[in-house]
Design a protein around this ligand. Structure first.
Ligand SMILES: Cc1cc2nc3c(=O)[nH]c(=O)nc-3n(C[C@H](O)[C@H](O)[C@H](O)COP(=O)(O)OP(=O)(O)OC[C@H]3O[C@@H](n4cnc5c(N)ncnc54)[C@H](O)[C@@H]3O)c2cc1C
Length: 394
């Protein structure tokens, strides 16, 4: 079946994933991207076995593997002592339990792999410099007006237009996302520049009071991705310059010298201000729905925002295929299936953020519980990494 076009606002990871999934179901899709070019930022992203399964269904997993890195373990360490507290081993037992490997990849390689696959599908039209400005619904169709005045008619609209989604404002109208007061500094450096190479084959997180640091290698191991996050005390106190580079140094001052030294790998040129939203109860209005960060933006502490967007895309296409031309029915079924899983990610990510960032007695408890875990039996991750059941097939 092809029929009228489905319009997708936003050509990020979520927008491209849903375009590809719909094209696989024979639907015509037009992706309208606001930026002058389709692209992603130059840092890393983590991909669990739950999303590897989705990428395999989309036919892109194989092509992504050549530029991916497969860490040996996910390690959690104490930033005050630099001591490992616990790990999830990512070897054969992990793969047997979850069906796929855990990998990390450069965002441009992931987005580029999805883009290349979209370009190969005759059902998909990709248009850049087409920021959605507004839309109207009439009968069984949707008309989108872009910022440059261009307009498009389609059978349905999917808002995959990110954290500040204008589509969301029309559908839900709940204003700006919640600013967490957390600020992120990133840097990618040649692996040769890394001084302490003891953990370079792993994805390691060091947690400390109001801070954490993440490191993993990318691009066949050639470069190291570094992410330093602080929970700004200035933000909490309502002071100016919250999250500025001098506060990054200030908050990390308490950490072990080896951890503090890693700040040399992150750029002070810019930071990312973290936001999320409380889970919503409805993302759909008529033939319009939301996907990815537009629907359920999350803090990055489970590393699942993009993975949820890709899962969304696969599920949405399944529901569209099952509902024929009844897009409202398809979108209601999609949101029903995605709402609680994405809400669990949003709320669990907040919890993990707290857990990474504690001090004092809470840190003592966290460390004792972490040390007591069985690294080879990560049952806590089953709900997430075992993934979703689509039409009875995992
Ligand atoms: C520090 C950090 C680390 C993270 N690490 C991970 C991780 O390891 N694993 C993971 O899965 N997730 C991670 N995430 C989350 C992940 O980056 C996001 O959840 C994901 O990029 C969301 O994809 P999306 O396509 O929904 O939105 P976006 O990536 O924001 O894409 C939205 C697209 O829409 C376009 N757009 C915006 N407005 C309009 C408009 N009006 N009209 C048309 N187009 C528009 C934008 O230009 C963009 O291309 C991390 C996030 C942060 C901040």
């Amino acid at each position: 079946m092809s029929g009228r076009e489905i319009l997708v606002a936003g050509g990020g990871i979520g927008g491209l994933a849903v375009a590809l999934a719909l094209a696989q179901k024979g639907r015509k899709v037009r992706v309208l991207e606001k930026a002058a070019e389709f692209g992603e930022i130059g840092y890393g992203i983590q991909m669990g076995p739950n999303v590897a399964r989705m990428l395999e269904r989309l036919g892109v997993l194989g092509s992504l593997e050549s530029t991916s890195v497969f860490p040996q373990a996910l390690i959690f360490a104490d930033a005050l002592t630099n001591a490992e507290l616990t790990r999830i081993a990512l070897g054969d037992a992990f793969r047997a339990r979850f069906g796929h490997r855990y990998f990390v990849i450069h965002r441009r390689d992931l987005h580029g792999g999805l883009l290349a696959a979209c370009k190969q599908r005759s059902e998909i039209v990709l248009e850049s410099s087409r920021g959605l400005k507004s839309f109207t619904q009439k009968g069984d169709g949707v008309t989108v007006v872009c910022e440059n005045g261009a307009n498009y008619e389609g059978a349905a609209l999917i808002g995959a237009d990110g954290l500040w989604s204008p589509t969301r404002q029309a559908v839900i109208g709940d204003g700006a996302p919640r600013q967490a007061g957390h600020f992120v500094y990133r840097g990618v450096v040649p692996t040769g520049e890394i001084v302490d190479k003891r953990r370079i084959d792993t994805m390691t997180i060091w947690g400390g009071p109001d801070l954490h640091l993440v490191q993993y290698r990318l691009q066949g191991g050639a470069v190291m991705n570094n992410v330093a996050t602080i929970c700004s005390r200035r933000f909490r106190r309502g002071e100016p310059n919250a999250g500025a580079p001098d506060e990054l140094e200030e908050v990390f001052a308490c950490t072990h010298a080896g951890v503090r030294d890693s700040l040399r790998y992150v750029s002070r040129e810019r930071n990312w201000v973290l936001h999320d939203r409380d889970p919503a109860t409805n993302w759909t209005s008529g033939n319009v729905t939301l996907l990815g960060d537009a629907a359920h933006p999350t803090l990055q502490y489970l590393a699942q925002g993009a993975q949820m967007a890709i899962e969304d895309g696969v599920v949405l296409a399944e529901k569209v295929a099952a509902a024929g031309a009844d897009y409202n029915r398809a979108f209601m079924a999609y949101q029903r299936e995605r709402m609680n899983r994405s809400a669990r990610v949003v709320l669990s990510s907040r919890f993990f953020g707290e857990w990474f960032h504690v001090d004092g007695g809470a840190r003592e408890l966290r460390n004792e519980l972490a040390r007591g875990r069985d690294p080879d039996n990560p049952w806590e991750a089953d709900w997430l990494y075992k993934g979703i059941d689509i039409n009875g097939r995992l």
